[in-house]
Design a protein around this ligand. Sequence first.
Ligand code: MN
Length: 511
Amino acid sequence: MHPGTQGGGVTAQPAYKVIIGMEVHVQLATVSKMFTGAANGFGGAPNAQVDPVILGLPGVLPVINRRAVEMAMMVGLALNCDIARHTKWDRKSYYYPDLPKNYQISQYDQPLCGAGELQLPLPDGRMKTVRIRRAHLEEDAGKLLHESGAAESLVDLNRAGTPLLEIVTEPDLASPEEARLFGEELRRICRYLGVSEGIMQQGHMRFEPNINLHIYPEGSPEGRVVRTPITEIKNLNSFRAVERACGYEIQRQLADWIADPNAAAGGGKSTRGWDDDEGVTLLQREKEEAHDYRYFPDPDLVPLHVGEQWVAELRQGQPELPIARRRRYEAMGLSVKEAASITEEKPIADLFDRAVALGGPVRRVTNLILGSGAKLANERAARESRVYLASDLAVTPAQYAALGRMVEDGVISASAAATVFDHLAENPDADPLAAAKELGLIQVRDAGQTELWVRQAIESNPQAVTDYKHNPKKKQASLGFLRGAVMKASGGKADPRLVGELLEKILNTAE
Ligand code: MN
């Protein structure tokens, strides 16, 4: 962010600040649609999940889906939003072939969820507050299919009428990375709440960043501030696209301003599409205003009154959210990164909690889940080309707890635990201790036997011994190397603590 000039008369990049607000559409995973009993879900034969309401046939009447309202309130509560006690439905009028009624039922001026905020953990450990402006319920449109070379386009109305929660933030995001992190955290929250599976490839969540720059031609915010026109990037359905599209748009707005400071500083909003292959945004249209949609209250639907009791029950039933879990795990001694990894998927966090509740030592259970568990799950995911989590393995919380205790008590080494773990994953009902015995992995704490392995390792690695004794810079590394050599010589059965003691003792006395 430094003003100034570069050589050759080229204008340098001015100081500037990035301003990003986000609109997110989340499809709610209800059994039926927003205003009718037709099935809600991805896939299926085209136009199989429709009924007269979805088709907008004459004489049909919409009925509010209670579960969709509840799910919307659950997200609202998780985002600390004010839940409206009174809300209504509005028609947003526009004609498009994927919207047979010619209007979308939405909520215009009385959203179900009002102002709130999301605490966003940043990679450096800081927290950022992202204010939520509102979140309202509406229905999704169908899909048009334009097959290349075909004379006509096709319409599939399976998606039409799917409950959508539209979440709008204040412009608090200050970089493409923050925009992506916000999306990822929101997805985690929705998955924890069970209101969405958050499968991006199926369009469960769509992101629309609104972005502009505050440019400081005099070099700092105290001087003149130029605001570039706001652009909205439509329909991004991956986190990578969110980050890349925002990054592109920043550079494009900056280049526009540098090329012509007067033209690029005017007001006006516009809508742009993202071309993922080319990595560019393209102008779609100058942005429409709310009055273009001719919003008016839907006469077919009653306003919604939300009782205190209903909200209280939902609040009561809220699960512990990802951010609360991360903090709890950090307080238990996990690093920021470990806490984030365990929390990423709720089934894994649940597995961790259960294993610890059954007496599993926190450190050992963490290592087993993020080490052996993650490794084996990743192998299976790759082999079976599907999502496969450590919690999908046959290893139970009780087995994690027992295995963790065995390592903690020095019954087996950590590397032996990895072998026993793989055995348990293949033999679901096996007893961890019996398995360790059967595999010959019970740690040998016999000093005489251990000393033999130590001497064997010292003899076969003279260079490491020399480094340990005469090269202070390599002292620690060679000690670690020798310790590994002893463990290897013992077939993983030596007690690491005893190995460490004997190794140092022998190295420090022997010539
Ligand atoms: Mn919308």
